[in-house]
Design a protein around this ligand. Structure first.
Ligand SMILES: [Zn+2]
Length: 281
């Protein structure tokens, strides 16, 4: 790690003189999250990472390469009892240093390559602070369950969609690329395996560093079986519905493909109770 980079983070200053307490949690979050993301991506994003707190802004925070703007109301108004909200926000913006800044989506259609990744990475960082049995709780509750409830309504749209007009552009950053995009990444990671997924992402970052990328580029670094699943999930409103049942030790899965088209990845995990296993043998 370059000396200059490390020095930049040894004394974080996120605040104006006399307001150091306001930036304390954001500073601690950066020190906690940044090294973990460097390790996960096996790369450094920029030579430095500064923060500027603004009196107000259109968003809670905005990522620039090596410079994150954070809206002061966000820092001040989040109750002190919920410092995890600030850590989550910081993890999202720092995640963008790789997904969004180092590699930027080629078109508005692929905004999910920034926002879905930042949502997923933020939840991943927050999950690491949870007990093992609560792993994925952040993304499952805040993204997957939330978006599955709303997805499929009259106003829903696919994660990927063409943007042709100014009004369409105004809705590019709605919840879908964030929540559904993040949930799809969690699904892929669980399905393909954490190591396989991480290895693919590292290749993607190296191949497109300081450049642009598309969904096809991401799919090309993952196992071939990922593409039909991703295309279905990303380009279609709603998610496939699968019903599961168990009778007399036999698992059955049924789905109404006509209602919710798309490929469904299956992965089985769990343990058979010894008694049940013995009976079957
Ligand atoms: Zn974002």
């Amino acid at each position: 790690m370059p000396r200059r980079w490390r020095e930049a983070h040894s004394h974080p200053r996120h605040y104006s003189r006399g307001q150091s307490e306001l930036g304390k949690e954001a500073g601690l979050a950066t020190q906690s999250v940044l090294p973990r993301l460097e390790k996960y991506t096996a790369s450094l994003s920029w030579d430095k990472l500064d923060h500027v707190a603004l009196p107000q802004g259109a968003f809670g925070a905005v990522e620039n390469p090596g410079l994150i703007y954070v809206s002061i109301p966000w820092i001040v108004l989040v109750p002190p009892a919920r410092p995890e909200a600030i850590r989550s926000l910081e993890a999202h913006e720092i995640g963008h240093q790789w997904f969004g800044n180092l590699v930027t989506q080629s078109t508005w259609t692929d905004v999910w390559l920034s926002e879905g990744f930042a949502t997923w990475l933020s939840a991943k960082m927050m999950d690491e602070e949870q007990p093992a049995d609560r792993k994925h709780i952040n993304l499952v509750v805040q993204s997957r369950e939330a978006v599955m409830t709303a997805d499929g309504s009259a106003t829903s749209h696919p994660v990927r969609r063409e943007v042709r007009t100014r009004p369409e552009l105004d809705t590019v950053y709605d919840r879908t690329p964030y929540q559904k995009g993040g949930a799809i990444l969690l699904m892929l990671e669980n399905w393909l395996g954490e190591d396989v997924f991480q290895s693919g992402l590292r290749k993607y970052l190296v191949a497109h560093a300081m450049g642009n990328a598309t969904t096809d580029d991401l799919e090309s670094v993952l196992p071939a079986r990922a593409k039909p699943v991703m295309d279905g999930m990303l380009n279609t409103v709603g998610v496939p519905a699968v019903s599961a049942g168990c009778e007399e030790g036999k698992l059955t899965f049924t789905r109404k493909a006509a209602e919710r088209p798309g490929n469904v990845p299956y992965r089985f995990a769990g343990r058979l109770r010894r008694a049940a296993y013995a009976r079957r043998m």
